[in-house]
Design a protein around this ligand. Structure first.
Ligand SMILES: NC(=O)C1=CN([C@@H]2O[C@H](COP(=O)(O)OP(=O)(O)OC[C@H]3O[C@@H](n4cnc5c(N)ncnc54)[C@H](OP(=O)(O)O)[C@@H]3O)[C@@H](O)[C@H]2O)C=CC1
Ligand SMILES: O=C(CO)[C@H](O)[C@H](O)COP(=O)(O)O
Length: 494
């Protein structure tokens, strides 16, 4: 067989499906995987399952693998992020030639990608950090692709990545260059942050339906399917409708047998950390990351569940007067909360692009997230429309197309959060989104008291309303005679 035009190292879930995707687009693909360790030999099993009559060249030996790819080489790395990627780069480097290209398609931290790109440039190797979203199905039939590399490297990479990508609503490829070095992995990380939020909000919707509205799982599934034909539609909603119908061999709902403890690989937490480094808060994503951590406290929750006082979710408590009405409110709360989560993610992208001198165009990000990826949804159509009106804003809430939708969503959103809180149901993402909305529409927040406290105990100074960008003032707070004000003890102390 002639030399391959692409190499894929790592034949796990993503690598094997990407290999099949490339092959079905006419590429000769060299495939490899580590063979040491006790695990199954992925090369052998991949070839056994998919190799017959296909243009794959398998190699267990790294030198042989590299030699089987035509120069200048393009090698996709589809392995576990972190140290494995550094180890692979060190071991493949001696076999590469000048300006071969390594493409890290895993969920690497964007700072690691920046470091690798910088160090490989000195070794005359092109490096691209490419976020791939869509799970196994996306990898096989069309993922959403977010790249970070040089414009020159992108010219050749684009030709091979664009054809295998998903298509957005306007039938353009869901594939773009987000900027240099770590930009692609940053965008993928924020995608995952929004993914965490979308999943948490939907879990809260399900929780309210199940525990308070006492809806049967198949009715919840039917409701989700109905919503999926509306502006609420999304991939995550559709798979959740499926999940609510899957039964095991004995006929029991599989979902009811799954431990209520969510795991996480780190991209959600990284999103919050990266935002925090830039002084940006992501309340809905943070609440969603925290919720996963909190869900893992199964032992503590189990012990406290019978002893801490509070309301029990109860449809006959009097709080829930009309379930049909409450369902309509929930629908509004679901959309409003997701809109705030998306807005905070896009705001982070805009600010990070400025900070890191990338070229992230939020409207383009919204476009390529319309297909292939886990957060693909009807909402992205609204976001594309909002940016289409002129991107002269850094926060989606500054777009009338976006912000006007909250008028109609208000009542249901507030009613739902209030109902959940009064009923003792944990809705951190919905509550955080509403709180964020209220904070952003508040010209005044009580941070003046915080500034006064900081100055009182630490002489940190404060700025004044009449000169907001000016001098810091300091007051000798405890030098005043306050005795008149402190005489009275409150009548009822808690
Ligand atoms: N699963 C998903 O939905 C998505 C995953 N990703 C990212 O893609 C990457 C691959 O994920 P996925 O395919 O799901 O993972 P899998 O667990 O299915 O596969 C992991 C791959 O990494 C290899 N690997 C692990 N450790 C090492 C090491 N120390 N040295 C060399 N190879 C190693 C494995 O080889 P071996 O079998 O020999 O251990 C295997 O080929 C990850 O970064 C992941 O975060 C991105 C988007 C979606
Ligand atoms: O990148 C992905 C989807 O876009 C991966 O599936 C990722 O593993 C999901 O994150 P986590 O494991 O933390 O839930």
């Amino acid at each position: 067989m002639s030399q391959s035009d692409i190499g894929i190292y790592g034949l796990g879930l993503m690598g094997s499906n990407l290999a099949l995707n490339f092959e079905s687009h006419g590429h000769n693909v060299s495939v490899s995987n580590r063979t040491e360790g006790e695990g199954e030999n992925l090369i052998a099993s991949f070839m056994k399952e998919h190799g017959a009559g296909k243009r794959f060249t398998p190699s267990a030996d790294l030198k042989e693998f590299v030699a089987s790819i035509q120069k200048p080489r393009t090698i996709l790395i589809t392995i576990t992020s972190g140290k494995p990627v550094d180890d692979f780069i060190s071991s493949v480097l001696p076999h590469l030639d000048d300006w071969d290209t390594l493409v890290d398609c895993g969920n690497s931290h964007f700072e690691e990608t920046r470091r690798r790109a910088a160090s490989l440039r000195f070794k005359r190797i092109n490096y691209a950090g490419v976020g791939i979203s869509g799970g196994s199905e996306g990898a096989r039939y069309g993922p959403s692709i977010m790249a970070g590399t040089t414009k020159k490297c992108w010219k050749s990479l684009e030709k091979i990545l664009e054809p295998i990508a998903a298509r957005s609503f306007d039938d353009t490829p869901c594939c773009l260059l987000a900027g240099s070095d770590g930009a692609g992995h940053f965008v993928k990380m924020v995608h995952n942050g929004i993914e965490y939020a979308d999943m948490q909000i939907l879990a809260e919707v399900y929780h309210i339906m199940r525990t308070l509205f006492k809806m049967h799982p198949s009715d919840i599934s039917a409701k989700f399917r109905q919503w999926n034909y509306t502006s609420l539609g999304s991939y995550l909603l559709s798979i959740s409708a499926d999940i609510l119908q899957v039964r095991d061999d004995s006929g029991v709902l599989l979902l009811d047998q799954i431990l209520d403890s969510a795991e996480q690989k780190g991209t959600g937490r990284w999103t919050v950390q990266a935002a925090s480094e830039l002084g940006i808060q992501l309340p809905v994503v943070s609440a969603s990351v925290d919720s996963r951590s909190l869900s893992a406290l199964t032992g503590l929750r189990g012990r406290l569940s019978g002893s801490l006082f509070g309301p029990e979710p109860n449809s006959s408590s009097g709080l829930l007067r009309n379930t049909e009405n409450a369902l309509q409110h929930l629908e509004q709360a679901y959309l409003a909360s997701r809109m705030i989560a998306a807005a905070e993610g896009f705001y982070l992208l805009t600010e990070a692009s400025r900070h890191y001198k990338w070229t992230i165009d939020p409207s383009e990000i919204a476009r390529i997230w319309q297909g292939g990826c886990i957060i693909r949804s009807e909402l992205l159509r609204t976001i594309v429309a909002a940016y289409g009106q002129g991107s002269n804003f850094n926060h989606l809430l500054l777009s009338p197309i976006y912000s006007n939708r909250f008028r109609k969503l208000q009542e249901g959103w507030r009613e739902t959060v209030t109902l959940a809180i009064k009923s003792g149901i944990h809705v951190p993402a919905m509550a955080a989104s509403l709180q964020q909305y209220d904070a952003l529409r508040s010209a005044y927040l009580p941070a003046n008291l915080i500034q006064a406290q900081r100055d009182y105990f630490g002489s940190h100074g404060f700025r004044v309303i009449n000169d907001p960008d000016g001098t810091h003032y300091h007051s000798n707070w405890n030098k005043q005679d306050l005795s008149d004000n402190t005489d009275d003890e409150p009548e009822n102390s808690l």
